[in-house]
Design a binder for this molecule. Structure first.
Ligand code: FBP
Length: 546
């Protein structure tokens, strides 16, 4: 591989780990856990993995004698900076416990396990990928792992390769699948353990014990750098309003974090739009008012941040999506036979009158995305909906009406952008490099301790890495029941932006000022080498939450 000087220097970076796991460790078990909600249902569905205790690794006196063991890893879902460091952490972790242990990587996501596509990850391969972005070491995929036949196919390859445990590195859906797999393998007494690792740039796989998902730190720093550059451009040319959509399929954490870092004029938070029961027109009016207020001061430029999941938070559209999900699930066989060019019409004809009216009023691209082009988990692929363009056009229309009424005398020219894929494979920040490597090392310890159905956890992350706490959280403790494809299913509860939480409250206390003034902050690029206060800062979200 040809590499840059920075990559060369970066590959020599030794990630920091919690002091408690630097040498020998001992495991301490806490109290039994319960799921976050729907305890009876979850307990019934996970009789073998429900109620397990939270475990913590503390400094031990001597290394236990661990027999060599083999581990298989899967990267699942969207890329997130730091995935390669989770893998190098697992590799170093299992080799420290016994140098004859082996690591296998299943190729192209969960389908690699089912289709028996794998490679052995040796030190030569691992060394090439240390502290790099991307998931290209083994590739990722979005195949759902939820059928018994898939689990059995997976078991075959585990037996063949003498794999003691599988580690699934993924978001909430993938870790839900990890938990189901752990339960199945335990119930069948297969001896194969399953461990999860919290990954997603979206930042929505977190709870009291999982402080953040990896990749969020780096991705939001990359987006904030470019948003800052755009703000500076806007403030230099003073002629454009920039509409910037940011990734984050379901939750608005990425948008909120970027707003805290760059102080744009308008930031939409999907969770607030839902809580206030706002319509698309309310949202458009809110932006137009900010544009008009700045225009009155002669400031015909600005920035608007839009979370990609916004559309799903607008209550009327949320209701429409819920009915669509149920209707499509109930009529799947018939719907599959409908010709492609008749599908939209079919959908409109099978919705209630109120939802059909909303469906028909949406731009064609949006209705198509909502109804037809879901990902394998049934999620609307919001990254493909051009909400930033839609809002810019609607605001322009509103301002034109206000102009006629004498309520707006400014200029309104727009540019639009979408930042998502740009940040998912960035070289991990020091935080993500350290956090991911530590998650990998902890996952290896969980396996050696015989644990299954656990997620690797590293806490106390606003403190220096040496003070981080290492352990494992039973995945069942994060679960509740939710409707998926028309049926109630056990799933990890998604963490949405809390409107009474520190990050949102701070933002809400500042946004009126940011809307009118030009209070932009230009954070600049991620720094990998230099003073700790420049290189090692966690996100503002994490700091304000703790
Ligand atoms: P994960 O939940 O798998 O981490 O992926 C998150 C994400 O990056 C979202 O922000 C985005 O909506 C989606 O993936 C895009 O999916 P795809 O990579 O399939 O285009």
């Amino acid at each position: 591989m040809n590499i840059s000087q920075l990559q060369k220097a970066r590959s020599a970076y030794q990630p920091k780990v919690p002091a408690s796991i630097e040498g020998a460790t001992k495991l301490s078990e806490g109290k039994a856990t319960q799921s976050v909600a729907d305890q009876d249902d979850i307990k019934k569905l996970f009789p073998n993995t429900y109620g397990m205790p939270i475990v913590t690794f503390e400094k031990g006196s001597s290394d236990a004698n661990v027999e060599a063991f083999n581990v298989g890893i899967i990267l699942s879902g969207g890329q997130a900076p730091g995935g390669h460091n989770v893998i190098s952490g697992i590799f170093d972790g299992i080799k420290r416990l016994n140098k004859d242990s082996k690591l296998y990587g299943f190729l192209g996501g969960p389908s690699g396990l089912v289709d028996h596509k794998y490679i052995e990850l040796t030190s030569d391969i691992i060394d090439e990928y240390r502290n790099t972005g991307g998931f290209d070491i083994i590739g990722s995929g979005r195949t759902k792992l939820e059928e018994v036949e898939q689990f059995d196919k997976g078991l075959e390859i585990c037996k063949k390769l003498n794999i003691k445990a599988i580690i699934i590195i993924g978001g909430d859906d993938s870790n839900t699948n990890a938990c189901v797999l752990a339960e199945y393998y335990l119930a069948k007494k297969t001896g194969v353990q399953v461990i999860g690792c919290p990954k997603t740039i979206d930042g929505d796989l977190k709870n009291e014990m999982i402080e953040t998902s990896f990749g969020f730190d780096t991705a939001t720093k990359v987006y904030s750098e470019v948003i800052g550059n755009i703000e500076r451009d806007a403030n230099s040319a003073k002629k454009y309003w920039h509409f910037i959509k940011l990734m984050g399929r379901s939750a608005s954490h990425v948008t909120l974090e970027c707003a805290l870092q760059t102080q744009p004029n308008v930031t939409l938070i999907g969770e607030e739009v839902e809580a206030k029961n706002q319509s698309l027109d309310d949202v458009v009016t809110y932006i137009a008012e900010a544009v008009a207020a700045r225009a009155a001061k002669g400031l015909n430029f600005g920035t608007v941040l839009v979370p990609e999941g916004l559309i799903e938070f607008i209550p009327a559209i949320k209701k429409l999506i819920a009915e669509l999900n149920d209707m499509l699930a109930a009529n799947q066989a018939e719907f599959d036979k409908v010709a492609d060019d008749k599908k939209i019409e079919y959908v409109a004809n099978h919705l209630s009158a109120a939802n059909a009216a909303i469906f028909n009023s949406l731009p064609a691209g949006v209705s198509r995305q909502l109804a037809l082009e879901r990902d394998p988990h049934g999620n609307v692929q919001v990254s493909l909906i051009e909400t930033e363009q839609l809002l810019a056009d609607m605001v322009a229309k509103k301002l034109a009406e206000w102009k006629k009424e004498g309520k707006f005398a400014g200029k309104f020219a727009t540019q639009h952008h979408f930042f998502g894929y740009e940040g998912r494979c960035a070289a991990p920040s020091n935080f993500d490099a350290d956090y991911c490597y530590s998650l990998g090392r902890v996952a290896a310890l969980l396996i050696a301790s015989g644990k299954t159905g656990y997620m690797s956890s590293v806490r106390n992350t606003t403190k220096p890495a040496a003070e981080w706490l290492a352990g494992g959280i039973p995945i069942t403790a994060m679960m509740n029941m939710e409707k998926r494809n028309g049926k109630m299913k056990p799933v990890i509860q998604k963490a949405l932006v809390k409107l009474d939480g520190g990050p949102f409250k701070y933002f809400a206390s500042k946004r009126a000022e940011w809307a009118i003034e030009t209070a932009f902050v230009y954070p600049g690029p991620i720094q990998y080498f230099g003073p700790s206060e420049v290189c090692d800062q966690p996100t503002k979200t994490l700091t304000l939450e703790h």
